[in-house]
Design a protein around this ligand. Structure first.
Ligand code: PLP
Length: 473
């Protein structure tokens, strides 16, 4: 690829060519071993004399950035590591200052770090992803008229996918809705972002569960909302402690994140009545209830809501892959038009080829078959962890009963929060990654562990659990 050099005005043209090429080498845009354009060619492109370019090249060569090779061209030299970083950062420090909130939101770069025994939250088993089927479906989406038009689509998403989702959640979750109520989003996270953008002004009071799902809390903070944490007990969020004036509440009723409790029917009724009384909106995040290993499925809040105040949100991150970035929301009629506009100004619409592939997967019955297959795998992992917690590990941890999803939470029987941290650190040194429950708290931290089983193969599970047991000694 040709390196970009732009000349404005007629002053010091050689100096400018030298400066821009030098910067491209320091930035890594021009890498060691790459050829510079021939001097005659660059002179022609820039409308300058060849001598101007040759002088700039000679200067760069004199400084050691490039070397001419007779008969072959001029090539970029490898830079000593320290000179590259010091010059690069020195030139780029900049004066722009992000808003304070962006300095406060915790963020770690260890997303891709792989470990042998991975009990961390948030992931399904990538080995179970239906690769062959997805390959075929993407190819056929590419060959269909979905990819032949150049126009943008409707912000609400690809209609056949919205129809397939409406049917799916109608049957599997009792969420009564039509394709018109559905908006396809870039995962749950974007669905919540859209709802918050249309409902929450800066300084508005919003509430989340405590302990709870951190990305949503941070998102709401970043929008300038005042975020309150509301305690959760064995029946779910404690409704009568939700602060007065709350405009928006985020909850995970089917499988509280992270504790794993299902919200009791009386709490769900209380919560819907609270929303009606206060005029607030509720976001119901139903992120992993497709995986159920016992007990009766609980009715979503959406099914109890008669006044259109519950926004039901779902995701394909757990059922398929987070990398797809596909989720959806069931939008109450009063918010629909604003949400379409918010999606339009955010990213217009989610990628259509992947939506078309997923629509076909659901219509052909592949998604339902896939869910049955992976549920059987996760059920086995759930049983292995439950029986470890009922035996050896149970000396240290008391599991919170749950038969849904991809994780089990367990409270420490005796250990303090600090001791649990030490256990997690010891586990990390021995090749097992997991999160302490305290990570999810806003107020008083809970001593316990979050044990997720999406990311650890079944064959390694018992080994990983005995390693964990050893970390308590
Ligand atoms: C509570 C909760 N909600 C939703 C999600 C999925 O988010 P997304 O659809 O943005 O990938 C996760 C994933 O870990 C989660 O833990």
């Amino acid at each position: 690829m040709d390196v970009h050099v732009s000349l404005i005005g007629r002053d010091n043209l050689g100096g400018e060519i030298h400066r821009q090429l030098r910067q491209a080498i320091l930035d890594g845009r021009l890498r060691a071993g790459e050829a510079l354009p021939a001097s005659r060619e660059l002179a022609r492109r820039l409308g300058v004399s060849r001598t101007t370019v040759t002088r700039a090249y000679e200067r760069l060569a004199g400084e050691g950035f490039i070397s001419p090779r007779v008969g072959a061209g001029t090539f970029v030299n490898a830079l000593p590591a320290h000179s590259a970083t010091s010059l690069k950062h020195g030139a780029r420090t900049g004066v722009l200052n992000p808003r304070q909130v962006w300095k406060e939101i915790p963020f770690s770069d260890d997303f891709a770090q792989s470990v042998t025994y991975d009990f961390r939250c948030g992931q399904p088993d990538a080995a179970l992803f239906p690769r062959d089927a997805w390959n075929r479906l993407m190819r056929s989406a590419l060959q269909s008229n979905v990819s032949t038009g150049a126009a943008y689509g409707h912000p609400s998403g690809f209609r056949p996918l919205r129809e397939a989702i409406a049917r799916h959640i109608g049957i599997s979750r009792g969420v009564a809705c039509s394709a018109d109520d559905i908006v396809i989003t870039s995962g749950t996270q974007q669905a919540i972002d859209l709802v918050a953008r249309v409902l929450v002004s800066s300084g508005a009071r919003v509430a989340v569960e405590d302990p709870g799902y951190r990305p949503v809390r941070f998102l709401l903070q970043s929008l300038g909302a005042r975020v309150a944490g509301v305690r959760v007990d064995r029946e779910g969020i404690i409704v009568d402690t939700i602060p007065r004036g709350t405009r928006l509440l985020y909850v995970t009723p089917s499988h509280q994140y992270p504790l794993g409790v299902s919200m009791s029917l009386s709490r769900r009724l209380e919560l819907v009545a609270w929303a009606e009384r206060s005029g607030a909106a509720i976001i119901e995040d139903d992120y992993d209830s497709e995986f159920r290993f016992g007990g009766r499925p609980i009715e979503p809040l959406h099914a109890l809501d008669t006044s259109g105040q519950v926004v039901y949100v779902g995701s394909f991150s757990k059922t398929l892959l987070p990398a797809l970035r596909l989720g959806f929301m069931v939008t109450p009629p009063s918010l629909r038009s604003a949400v379409h506009r918010a999606k339009y100004v955010t990213d217009w619409h989610s990628p259509i080829l992947a939506q078309a592939a997923l629509a076909r997967f659901m219509d052909e019955g592949g998604f339902a078959r896939h869910l049955r297959k992976v549920s059987a795998v996760y059920r086995e992992r759930h049983e292995i962890i439950s029986s470890a917690l009922a035996s050896d590990l149970g000396d240290h941890l008391e599991p919170i009963a749950s038969s849904v999803g991809l994780h089990i939470a367990a409270l420490a029987r005796r250990a303090s929060v600090a001791r649990i941290h030490a256990v997690v650190q010891r586990a990390a040194q021995r090749g097992a990654a997991l999160h302490p429950l305290s990570r999810f708290s806003m107020g008083k931290p809970l001593a316990g562990l979050f044990i997720a089983y999406g990311g650890i193969p079944t064959r390694l599970l018992s080994e990983g659990l005995s390693l964990l047991h050893g970390c308590f000694d």
